[in-house]
Design a protein around this ligand. Sequence first.
Ligand SMILES: [Zn+2]
Length: 254
Amino acid sequence: MAIAAHPDDIEFLMSGTLTLLKKAGYETHYMNLSTGNCGSTTHNSQETTQIRLKEAQLSAEILGAIFHPPICDDFEIFYERELLKKLVPVLRRVKPAVILTHSPSDYMEDHMNTSRLAVTAAFVRGVPNDFPDFPAVSNYNCAIYHSLPHGLQDQFRQRVEPEIYIDTTSVQAIKRKALQAHESQQSWLEDSQKMNSYIRTMESFSSEIGNMSHAFEHAEAWRRRLHYGFSEPEFDPLKELGKAYLLNASYVES
Ligand SMILES: [Zn+2]
C-alpha cells in the first residue's frame, strides 16, 4: 500500500516499486491523504479537488491498484487524532504487509506528516483499545519503507542515503503513463515550481537514483523502518522482488 500526501507523489516516488509488487502477486493499494486542492492557479479549490480526484483515480487504475479517497485538503495534513481516526480504519481493512510512504525528513510538512500518520496508523493496527469502533487486527508483520525526499536531500540540505535500491526500469513506461494521468499538473508545476517538464522531472529523478545504485538505469530507493512495533527484525518483503532489489552496501556499513 502506497500512502502519500498529494496526487502525483506516488507516481514520482513509489509507483515503480508498487507496480513490481503487483507483478509479484501482491494486491496493491493507492492512497493520497490530501485532495491536492491547492494545485491550481486557474481553478478554485472545489474544481481542483474534482479534477485531481479523477486524475488520481485514473492513475490508480493504470497502476492496477485499489484506490482510496483522500481524507483532507492540502496543508491540512497534520499529525493529529482526527486524521488518524480516518486513516486507521483504512489500514485495518487493507492490512498491508508493505507500506510505502514519504521520507520522515523532506522539504514539505505535508510529506513529513503523512509519513508520521502512516507509521502510527500501522503501529496501532493490533491495539484494540485504540480506535475501538474499528476492530483491531492481529499484530501481523508489516514492513514500512520510506522513500527518498524530494531532491534527495532533507530540509537541512543534507543528502539522504538510501538503504535499498529497486530497479524500476522494466516498469518505467507504466510509471510515465500514470504520471501523465495528472494532466492538470503539467502546466501548474511549470508556473509555480519551474519544473520545466513534469515527465522529464520524474525521469531525471529515477535515473539519478539509478546512477547512485551503479546498477540500474531507473530506480526508486527506500529506507526500511526499524521493525519495533511492526514486524520480526528481518521482515523485508521488498527482497521478494529478486534481482530488482539491491542493498546499498555503504548504508549497511554506516
Ligand atoms: Zn507532495
